[in-house]
Design a protein around this ligand. Structure first.
Ligand code: FAD
Length: 619
């Protein structure tokens, strides 16, 4: 086909052409030239967006039988999973008695009963095999003197349905996520999975309720690529970058959920965003719960171990939502330690009782963070900490096989899957327990990969009716051309959004603040229409990619604020000053939020409470 002719084709026509072409070949056609730009078209069986733990596990399974490509906007092994420190929870019972049933119960109770209980049971039961699977694939876990995988304590994990803390977290020093990522990446490269590193996915090819692939921008060249496939799985991780103080990497901008939301996919339980109680003051860099698991203690300005008043049984190892509220309450009552500004007030994490040997051997990264960022040694000095935005409990709604839900009535998209932090199965409910995200990645990443591989065997290719590539091209061209003067700079809008989210949709919330936040976020979304990309280069244009990420964050911030404003109760991480109690009669239900231009349409879905009756949480 001659290039001029191809360049006049609309992408729908192009896809029809591709369908008639020889199968099994990785097509690369240069089409539709714009500002020196081309679309490059590729064909696979399966696409996995995201190379964190969830994406890599899914790719390993899918790659066994299907031609699979994995995309990552950063190099694969720089995915945020690599920053996970403390551990992966599994009831191995290596150090003391433990059972998957106890793990499932803790998960349900920790999630303030918004967890789908059968899914939590799958998580806890399959966690055991998943950890041994990782061990067999070469993951170097810490060992007991007998040579078994060692285990330590973590928040909210208990023996015998809440009796006392249990050692359930399997760990590789405080580099557990790093080791998982390295292990899975090696396995993927061994099994012929194709990696597209530094490709940023900007849209999906949706034809009604069927997903036929994705559109991506290549960082190195600025080219727009179209990838078609029978099945696409999103594993793009979290979106803590909505908030000013966060433990999340710069790449955690919620691209997957936002791209899908703009194509009509509902998002589940977005109001539940976890604040981890121990981020380094002012920076948000995470000090793992493993420090408290090894004996670290939270203290207020008088040196009091204040968790004795908030959670008499589990103390510093109560679930994160409770500990974060306790820290903020202490600060509000004037028991915090004074920072430069009031917003900087903090408490101390006292790790001095742990001892040099354990700190060096089991928490080396944390110790080095303290020396690098704070100039202190945790062996002798207390660590200044404050709550930091950490984990998205909500996201793309899926069943236990990763299939994306269209609604709350059991309908699904064809060929569209999600797993990991960007998904909502839902096993974390209103508050995730520490170590349960890494379990979620390997258990549900694997399950989604298996289901997807099976789906591909029987599915037809469907990429006929989407103009997403042209739309992406026009959107990007618009961001370069924006003429309005002065154009807002993306960085100003980012800062405003992060402050609104931190102040009004933070650990404590109330109606008037959230109302104000929603209005302000709407204004920011309007202002976004005038944003202009400063850097006019095509190659390595990170300015452009960050501005595309900002759109995603703004959309998710609005959905989060609207979902939170409408939930008139306090549950897990959603704590309202004007509705301080949990209200099961009216609110024991999942939120489903659909973005429709400037508004968010909310509906609700039943919670699976088939195993345990919801009860008040006491720790
Ligand atoms: C500092 C820190 C410590 C943690 N410690 C623990 C712990 O000890 N235990 C635990 O259970 N959990 C922990 N967590 C949580 C856990 O690490 C994360 O929830 C989990 O790793 C997320 O994995 P994921 O596979 O979903 O996504 P990620 O690992 O975040 O990977 C996302 C992937 O998607 C790609 N991507 C995103 N957008 C695009 C796009 N537009 N185009 C192409 N690619 C894209 C990224 O490049 C990346 O490859 C921690 C989190 C943090 C931040």
């Amino acid at each position: 086909m001659c290039l001029q002719k191809a360049s006049q084709m609309r992408s729908a026509t192009l896809h029809r052409f591709l369908q008639k072409s020889e199968p099994g070949i990785n097509f690369i056609y240069k089409l539709s030239i714009f500002y020196g730009e081309v679309f490059l078209i590729h064909e696979f069986d399966a696409l996995v967006i995201g190379a964190g733990g969830a994406g890599l596990f899914a790719a390993l399974e899918a790659g066994k039988n299907a031609k699979t490509a994995v995309f990552s906007k950063v190099h694969a092994i720089r995915s945020h999973t690599g920053a996970a420190q403390g551990g992966i929870g599994a009831a191995l019972g290596n150090v003391e008695e433990d059972k998957p049933e106890w793990h499932a119960f803790d998960t349900v109770k920790g999630g303030d009963y918004l967890v789908d209980q059968a899914a939590a049971m799958i998580l806890a039961e399959e966690a055991v095999q998943a950890v041994y699977d990782l061990e067999n694939r070469g993951l170097p876990f810490n060992r007991t003197p007998e040579g078994l995988i060692d285990q330590r304590r973590f928040g909210g994990h208990t023996r015998n349905f809440g009796e006392s803390a249990v050692r359930r977290a399997c760990y590789a020093a405080d580099r557990t996520g790093h080791m998982i990522l390295q292990t899975l990446y090696q396995q993927c490269t061994k099994h012929d999975v194709t990696f597209y590193d530094e490709f940023q996915v900007v849209d999906v090819l949706m034809d009604g309720t069927t997903c036929g692939g994705i559109v991506a921008v290549e960082l190195a060249t600025g080219d727009i690529h179209v990838f078609t496939a029978k099945a696409t799985l999103f594993a793009t991780g979290g979106f803590g970058r909505m908030f000013k103080i966060t433990s999340n990497a710069y790449a955690n901008t919620g691209d997957g959920p936002a791209v899908l939301a703009r194509r009509g996919v509902p998002l589940e339980d977005m109001e539940f965003f976890q604040f981890h109680p121990t981020g380094i003051q002012g920076m948000g860099i995470l000090i793992s719960e493993a420090v408290r698991g090894e004996g670290g203690i939270l203290r207020n300005k008088t040196g009091e171990r204040f968790m004795e008043r908030y959670a008499p049984t589990l103390l510093d190892l109560a679930p994160r939502d409770m500990v974060s509220r306790a820290v903020i309450s202490e600060i509000k009552q004037g028991n915090g330690i004074r920072g430069d500004k009031k917003i900087d007030d903090y408490v101390h994490l006292d790790a001095t009782g742990i001892g040099r040997e354990t700190l060096n051997n089991k928490l080396p990264e944390i110790s080095s963070f303290c020396r690098t960022y704070l100039g202190i040694d945790p062996v002798d000095d207390k660590i200044p900490v404050q709550p930091t935005a950490h984990y998205a409990m909500g996201g793309i709604p899926t069943d236990v096989n990763g299939r994306v839900r269209r609604d709350g009535h059991g309908n699904f998209y064809n060929g569209l899957y999600a797993a990991g932090e960007c998904a909502c199965v839902s096993v974390h409910g209103a508050n995730r327990l520490g170590t349960n995200s890494l379990v979620d990645l390997v258990v549900f990443g694997r399950r989604a990969g298996i289901h997807l591989a099976d789906f591909i065997k029987h599915a037809d290719r469907n990429n006929g009716k989407s103009d997403a590539a042209e739309e992406a091209k026009n959107k990007i061209a618009g961001l370069f051309k924006n003429k309005k003067q002065p154009s807002p700079r993306g960085v100003d809008l980012t800062d405003k959004m992060q402050r609104i989210m931190m102040e009004d949709i933070g650990v404590y919330r109330n109606g008037p603040d959230m109302e104000r936040a929603v209005d302000a976020l709407r204004e920011l979304r309007k202002a976004y229409a005038n944003v202009r990309v400063g850097d006019t280069n095509k190659a390595f244009n990170t300015d452009l990619l960050e501005i595309l990420e900002l759109e995603n964050l703004l959309d998710l911030a609005l959905i989060t604020a609207e979902s939170a404003k409408n939930r008139k109760e306090s549950r897990g991480a959603h704590s309202r000053e004007d509705y301080p109690d949990r209200n099961d009669a009216q609110w024991l239900k999942h939120t489903l939020a659909c973005l429709e231009n400037d508004s968010v349409h909310l509906s609700y879905m039943d919670v699976d409470t088939s195993l345990w009756e919801p009860k008040a949480r006491k720790y």
